[in-house]
Design a protein around this ligand. Structure first.
Ligand code: NAD
Ligand code: UDX
Length: 469
């Protein structure tokens, strides 16, 4: 059995590494057009893998060179495979019809066309990328158009891993979902996962339910974050504590405790993109009420990010111009080097528009990435700002704080919980403010150190601010 995966990104790399690791009898090849990425996957120095995920280096090192290979020879890998996963990017379209809402399927379509051209044998094509409902029909019609409709069976197998916990999620998934029409093809893919996933956790459905379940799962998860974030604003007005509210409601087994952590806003490559895609589909199918319901989840998230930046500006006496602000964390969550749609990008953008000087510390994100992200959201002179010292990437939280008016925690990296806040306070301008966008900071410890602390959804913040004024 040979498996090929097209796309060696955050999903293709870890997912295939896990399959190869758990199925020594299957040869797995991951291919990508991006030569640099493939070289990084092949780097003997495991700290250079292109995706940072706890435990991934171990999984890769056990299988690479045995039954796991990374290559740029896409045609060869297609021609040899029994199963081909398509795991390429499907970002929000930035041009033409559906710009800013629909998923851009050009990479998926290119893969389908390349497979149609190259294969000359029976093969199963698996949609691993997150795609709009009925994408499998497009793939099937491309195969049929070149007379290969009978050779190629199409399955949907969406990926539910979360970044930062990818290895755990892949090794013990809540469920594996396989949608399809051909029983033999479905069974073949079930057998791959059954190497390590209990069969009762492998769900099979029709193609369209599987495709739609992926968008729906992300919409529901994001909705929970927006729901608790909406309540966080009300907590701040009234003296309630959002973490206490989350604990109280999360203890109800019908609600459950997960995904109720109030924050500066959700980020990541999936939530926003997939909800936008869902709303596009609803509008397309003449269901504007459904589309508007889900749009609210994104609008609330945008508001939460902007509200946080405004809180910083207001607290610093309505101006941050020429003031140093230390930014702790730039990744969209801890334990990943991914910054796609990170709330930090938008908070930093709003502060730069107000002419703040930002000293950014993140243990995994490079200055190049920060500049690219800021340029993408309209700070077109980000590179110049970096050259002139208005945006700096520093190597520790203490360095970010030195001489700063304020610190803002934007990613919940564990190390930010354990900093010596008393020593950090000493080096900052006074009043020294700490804006905790993740509610991970010990209030008693930092207020005793002299900080003015603002946390998300904590009523006391308002009173503290009145005292300063
Ligand atoms: P990514 O951008 O990290 O990786 C995609 C890779 O595909 C890139 O390296 C790109 O060079 C390659 N590629 C594109 N077209 C190609 C082609 N024609 N031939 C060969 N290689 C090609 O994306 P990702 O984060 O891995 O996401 C992939 C898909 O999985 C998306 O649809 C995404 O929505 C979905 N998904 C992502 C996550 C996540 O946590 N990132 C989780 C679940 C699902
Ligand atoms: C998500 C889904 O969880 C995963 O199943 C899917 O396959 C891909 O999209 P991911 O985006 O990698 O995964 O991370 P996730 O843990 O879902 O976090 C998304 C964002 O929500 C992060 O910015 C995170 O900080 C934020 N979040 C999450 C909160 O603010 N509060 C929470 O309670 C949970």
């Amino acid at each position: 059995m040979k498996i090929t995966c097209i796309g060696a990104g955050y999903v293709g790399g870890p997912t295939m590494a896990m399959i190869a690791n758990r199925c020594p009898d299957i040869e797995v090849t991951v291919v990508d057009l991006n030569e640099e990425r493939i070289a990084a996957w092949n780097d003997p120095d495991l700290s250079k893998l292109p995706v940072f995920e706890p435990g991934l280096d171990q999984i890769v090192s056990e299988a690479r060179g045995r039954n796991l290979a990374f290559s740029t020879d896409v045609n060869k890998a297609i021609s040899e495979a029994n199963i081909i996963f398509i795991s390429v990017n499907t970002p929000t379209k930035t041009y033409g019809t559906g710009a800013g809402q629909a998923a851009d399927l050009k990479w998926v379509e290119k893969c389908a066309r390349q497979i149609a051209e190259v294969v000359d044998h029976d093969v199963i094509v698996v949609e691993k990328s997150t795609v709009p409902i009925r994408t499998a029909a497009m793939i099937k019609s491309i195969m049929s158009a070149v007379g290969k409709g009978d050779k190629v069976k199409v399955l949907s197998n969406p990926e539910f891993l979360a970044e930062g916990t990818a290895v755990e999620d892949l090794s013990e998934p809540d469920r594996v979902l396989i949608g399809g029409e051909d029983e033999a093809a479905i069974q073949c893919l079930v057998d791959v996962y059954a190497h390590w996933v209990p069969r009762e956790r492998i769900l099979t459905t029709n193609l369209w339910s599987s495709e739609l379940s992926k968008l729906t799962a992300n919409a529901f998860l994001a909705q929970r974050v927006s729901s608790i974030n909406s309540i966080s604003a009300l907590c701040e007005e009234t003296g309630a504590d959002v973490d206490e509210v989350a604990r109280a409601i999360g203890s109800d087994s019908r609600i459950g405790p997960k995904f109720l952590k109030a924050s500066v806003g959700f980020g990541g490559s999936c939530f926003q993109k997939d909800i936008l895609n869902l709303t596009y589909l609803c509008d397309y199918f003449g269901l504007p009420e459904v589309a508007n319901y889900w749009k609210g989840v994104i609008e609330l998230n945008d508001w939460q990010k902007a509200r946080f930046a405004q809180k910083i500006i207001k607290t610093l006496f309505n101006t941050v111009a020429d003031k140093k602000i230390g930014i702790l964390g730039f990744a969209f969550k801890k334990d990943t080097n991914d910054t796609r749609e990170s709330a930090a990008i938008y908070v930093c953008r709003d502060l730069l528009i107000e002419q703040a000087n930002l000293a950014i510390y993140d243990p995994q994100v490079s200055l190049e990435q920060i500049i690219a992200d800021l340029e993408y959201v309209g700070i077109t002179d980000a590179r110049q700002l970096a050259e002139d010292g208005h945006i700096t990437k520093v190597t520790s939280a203490a360095e970010a704080a030195d001489g700063a008016h304020a610190l803002a925690v934007l990613t919940e990296w564990d190390e930010f919980k354990e900093l010596d806040y008393a020593a950090i306070h000493e080096t900052m301008l006074k009043p020294a403010c700490l804006f905790d966008g993740r509610n991970i900071i010990d209030r008693d410890q930092v207020t005793a150190a002299g900080f003015q602390l603002y946390s998300i959804g904590k009523g006391e913040a308002k009173e503290a601010q009145w005292e300063v004024r």
